[in-house]
Design a protein around this ligand. Structure first.
Ligand code: COA
Length: 155
């Protein structure tokens, strides 16, 4: 049986994490985007930009299978999922990463009442299944199409 290990990303793992993001993005998300959207995304999803963001707060949780990174979630304060990418899909990894991220964010900020995300068109259905709802119009910015969504947190 598969054992998935969840833990926080350590400094120095940015390149490995971004390489997973690139692989999953190119396979599942990029086909919905224009070339400009892909370029814009990788201005955000690259090791240097990720390290810089983490220096100002936030965290990345990883899912590992046989020591390989197979999933990641980046949380940006105050309440945003900045990235959520999973390679071994449909095994509950995104759901587990989200649950752990909420626990961690709430430890830091007990009054946290919602989680927000700009979902890719591909991710929308999965976010809906995880309890998110759309909060605004589907928008396109620099070739990136996204749906603003939110999960309200109970007590
Ligand atoms: C979206 C993504 C993160 C889901 O990861 P995952 O680990 O496969 O998701 P899970 O297995 O935890 O599934 C969570 C729920 O979403 C549902 N789900 C997952 N992928 C789905 C899809 N493509 N369509 C519809 N529902 C989906 C699952 O059935 C599950 O619902 P359930 O618990 O009611 O059965 C993953 O497919 C991915 O990385 N996609 C490409 C990147 C992306 O679009 N990320 C979001 C952009 S911010």
């Amino acid at each position: 049986m598969e054992t998935i290990i969840f833990r926080e990303m350590q400094p120095g793992e940015e390149a490995a994490v971004c390489s997973l993001v690139e692989e999953v993005f190119d396979e599942w998300v990029a086909p919905d985007y224009e070339a400009e959207g892909r370029e814009e995304f990788f201005r955000f999803a690259n090791p240097r930009a990720l390290a810089a963001r983490l220096n100002t707060g936030g965290f990345v949780l990883l899912a590992l299978f046989e020591e390989q990174i197979v999933g990641m979630l980046e949380f940006s304060p105050p309440d945003r999922i900045a990235m959520l990418f999973v390679k071994l899909r449909n095994r509950g990894i995104a759901k587990s990463l989200l649950k752990l991220a909420i626990e961690k964010a709430r430890n830091h900020n007990p009054t946290l009442s919602k989680i927000t995300v700009h979902s890719s068109p591909f991710g929308e259905a999965a976010y809906e299944r995880m309890g998110f709802h759309q909060t605004g119009q589907k928008t396109k910015d620099h070739g990136i199409e996204f749906i603003p969504m939110e999960l309200e947190l109970g007590d």
